[in-house]
Write a protein that binds this ligand. Structure first.
Ligand SMILES: [Zn+2]
Length: 248
């Protein structure tokens, strides 16, 4: 039997018997896991306000005697993101980020960094005066980059020239690098304007709060969207389909 107490983010909650719930959680030490909340539908005393997606909760968790499953003994609500819940647009963005985050299926390795990223993402959506419509897309890019697929964006990978010294560079998605216009030749990839390139570099080096209000002009916006879509498909094998992110 194991028993522990730790902070976790509630990703999803579902009912499996009349009074019981299953709870999908993400914690900085374990990554994603599922635990049962027996009597969770009615136990206000043990789980007061805790058992909803998007909550950050400190849970006391125990396994059954054989270690086959985990169940929640009690929880203390630490962060509920009230502004996200009352603003449809922010809620939509938060749910989109959470669905993507869950689809990446992170185990214990790298979980502390990933937890930092998703909670900063939610803090930003809750606290910022205005949030860019591109925010969830940039979040996907940051997750992909932080999974070990960060591209080198500042210099041409062929000639080493600083990328802003030439004309339109090209992002070689599969190799995670850029080539300058002179070296692009028949290298497959996506041409990026300097505004799109700067924004992706800001995502690579910065945190969600830094790009909360990024509003690139039309072409740069489309280029960022296409670059992130290709990047996530190729490196994480995920695509948006039918309201969720699916393995492709
Ligand atoms: Zn070059």
């Amino acid at each position: 039997m194991i028993e522990f107490s730790e902070q976790a983010l509630v990703l999803k909650v579902g009912r499996f018997r009349e009074q019981d719930l299953w709870v999908r959680l993400f914690s900085p030490s374990r990554g994603t896991y599922t635990a049962f909340a027996f009597g969770g539908c009615r136990s206000r005393r043990r789980f007061c306000g805790c058992l909803d997606a998007l909550n950050q909760v400190r849970f006391h968790v125990r396994s059954d005697r054989r270690g086959a499953y985990l169940y929640l003994l009690e929880g203390t609500l630490e962060q509920a993101y009230p502004r996200i819940r009352t603003d449809r647009e922010r809620l939509g963005q938060a749910v989109n980020c959470l669905k993507f985050f869950e689809a990446v299926h992170l185990g214990p390795e790298g979980a502390a960094d990933a937890y930092g990223l998703i909670t900063e993402c939610l803090d930003t959506l809750d606290r910022a005066e205005a949030v860019s419509g591109l925010f969830p897309v940039l979040f996907r890019a940051k997750v992909a980059f932080s999974q070990g697929y960060a591209p080198a964006l500042t210099a041409c990978s062929h000639c080493g020239k600083g990328i802003h010294s030439g004309s339109l560079p090209r992002l070689d998605v599969e190799r995670g690098r850029v080539v300058c216009a002179d070296c692009a030749g028949d290298v497959p990839g996506l041409d990026l304007c300097s505004e799109a390139l700067d924004l992706l570099e800001q995502v690579r080096t910065g945190r969600p709060w830094d790009w909360r209000n990024a509003r690139p002009h039309g072409a740069a916006r489309r280029q960022c969207y296409a670059a992130v879509d290709h990047y996530v498909r190729f490196h994480l094998g995920l695509a948006w389909a039918g309201g969720s992110f699916r393995k492709i």
